[in-house]
Design a protein around this ligand. Sequence first.
Ligand code: GDP
Ligand code: IMO
Ligand code: MG
Length: 431
Amino acid sequence: MGTTAIVGTQWGDEGKGKITDVYAEDADIIARFQGGNNAGHTIVVKDEVYKFHLLPSGIIRPEKTVVIGNGVVIDPEVLLKELGDIEARGFKVNNLLISDRAHVIMSYHKLLDGLQEQSLGEAKKIGTTKRGIGPTYGDKIGRYGIRIHDLIDEKDLSERLDALVPLRQRMIFAYDGESKISKEELLDKYTEYGRKLSKYVTDTSVFLNKAIDEGKNVLFEGAQGAMLDVDFGTYPYTTSSHTVSGGVCIGLGIGPKKVHRVIGVVKAYTTRVGGGPLPTELTDEIGEHLLNKGGEYGTTTGRPRRCGWLDLVVVRHAVRLNSLDAVVITKIDVLNGLKNIKVCRAYELDGKETVNFPSNLKVLARCKPVYDELASWDDFSKEEGLKMAEEGYDALPNEMKVYLKYIEKNLGVPIEMVSLGPGRGETVDLR
Ligand code: GDP
Ligand code: IMO
Ligand code: MG
């Protein structure tokens, strides 16, 4: 297997958690390389449902090592809660490594995330998860950040806070004129977090490079999706990290030659949470069908996700940005029972068809999806889905096979897995 990256190809929530868990069976190590607890990854194993925000999905396989890389932004409070929760469910966590270079989400970052959204106003706000993601990455790039290694040494943290608290206090006052942040409180709280996390902290780049050189199988678990990438997504309605496969190298401290395969997770339709454009959005009863049958409510914030038809302009953008070797189609069962199925193959822009996703949202607003219509298939039960998964590709409804072939042809990359439900077994593995 070598190393494999699993990335989202749309606006997140494609089912990366489930798919990472399936691929994790063959992996020795599972590593997160970007994002923070804006992510919500769901894994269903029999009757157990796990939702992870910061912990890599491999944590439920105790024989594997899981890594939180330098590219991730960590809210220690959330991470400790997640660790406590998973331990309360009977998992002993002795297999976690956290990068000493990862940046820390401080309480003032969360405060600023909310204040910045408020100041943008209802019409222009990004609709962030308010977890402090943007302000933390902003401070990282601006060189005002606090890193995990700073938490381990009280003197280092104290010096860093002396420099940073007055700056962030001024910023907060500029927004609301009242909220106060206290250096002493921050020092006490974050030193305590550092004390609790220190046993996991190491130079994860050294660890990972050695493991890869020794031939270990490593899975890189992406968060969010290509359209939320800070450069290639629908900026400024994006997250603040590099969600595409290039982010693996920067976010884990490995070179590009060590990323052997890249797999894109494609939901059989499109969803997004928060503000920003969604060209194939459906506000009719089909949108309602996708929302309800797909259970499309945010794993992190509980917000209903906006739903629409599959947009291949978007997915092709992701194929190119990520150098995808193959794709996995998820949630195809959610299309069960629809009268017919539309897929956007191109946009019409000023009377001409275009297949490239524009950078300028004003140009995007002039784009109209061009749809192909495909036949649908009969609804099937969970039991029937499990049976199909066991029997393999040939057992799938003929119309579904046509739909899959259509996607494959349009993307120019093979489909190597099809997910028919949230559970581990509800997966047709074509590898
Ligand atoms: P992620 O952020 O990409 O990991 O995706 P989320 O976990 O936020 O959202 C995906 C949701 O769909 C979760 O509730 C999964 O349990 C569920 N899911 C994953 N794959 C399938 C599938 O093939 N069919 C159905 N019906 N649900 C799925
Ligand atoms: P997973 O990993 C879907 C969206 C937010 C908002 C924008 C910016 O579960 O796929 P942020 O808090 O990152 O500054 O918010 O990005 N967003 C996600 N949408 N899935 C996610 O993660 C997301 N993480 C962030 O809704 O529109
Ligand atoms: Mg999610």
